[in-house]
Design a protein around this ligand. Sequence first.
Ligand code: NDP
Ligand code: OXD
Length: 312
Amino acid sequence: MLVMIKSGGAQAMPAWREAFANALPEADVRCWGDPGVPPEAVRYALVWEPERGALARFPNLRMVISTGAGLDHVLADAHYPHGVPLARMILPETRDGMAEFVAMGTLMLMRDMGTVARNQAARRWQTMPFTPLARRTRVGVMGLGALGLHAARYLAGMGFEVSGWSRSPKSIAGVASYHAMANLPVFLRRADILVNLLPQTADTVGLLNRQRLSMLPRGARLLNAGRAGHVVHEDLLALLDEGHLGGALLDVFEAEPLPPGSPLWTHPGVIVTPHCAATPSRADRAHRAAQLIRLAEAGAPVPDLYVPARGY
Ligand code: NDP
Ligand code: OXD
């Protein structure tokens, strides 16, 4: 069974091959673009940002697996071969990594650690007037799926006052839940720190614009680990400059690596992290891909599949 991989480039192939040798020894693992592979031989594709039209060239494709949890980087391809199941990569390591990143980022924003780091770089000693506490800080988590739900529970366990927002209604112990666009304003109005963990879809792109970010309480902070397309960055920077927002931690960007000329690098209210919130190891991802492939080969239901009607 031939598995084509596009993730990490040629230099990542030894690690992928070693991981698949353990997880799925029967797989013939090939690097994307390998000229020795006839397109009809490709049965599975494990991909991150495949070129537009590339997947449509494999006529016998059984399933495409994203090496990440998000599927927007595959669905951006208008020529995606419809009818071929598309699975996303959700592992316990993704959930735990994201929850820990969100916990770290929320605490950093709450305690204004971006300013502290900048002060250190300038050898400036500036104390804080008082210590903010988790139990006095309201965090709103946008997206209560595999990652958002786990992160919301994690934050609640740390003592934060947590609420969440999703498409469908939820009942989660310790997390006040809101759903649907109609309830977005009331959710936003009670978030001192807003954590975005939505998938990027036609309904969520551009959601965090001036109008919505202005609904947050004055001084609120934003942690974006969903997708850059959710946030209108010019609006974010303007609201930071105007003092309506108190800071932002951004992990995802329209262009990655973030270009050196981007104002986000140097804005005093912004902490930039290099899309590192939750990236499981290649060994863990190969193991999960092997599980999904085995289920597909057995004709059994495959979990974590894209649902076109929802857009995620
Ligand atoms: P899921 O698909 O499991 O969950 C999505 C959540 O968003 C659900 O709660 C869903 O609602 C909600 N949602 C979707 N559309 C809407 C809408 N229009 N209005 C309100 N709520 C909506 O996704 P994951 O939790 O697995 O992942 C979320 C995203 O995190 C990924 O798509 C990816 O972009 C990002 N990510 C970022 C990483 C990083 O390193 N920065 C790493 C991994 C993922 P409902 O529950 O009702 O379905
Ligand atoms: C993902 C990501 O989607 O890393 O997994 O962004």
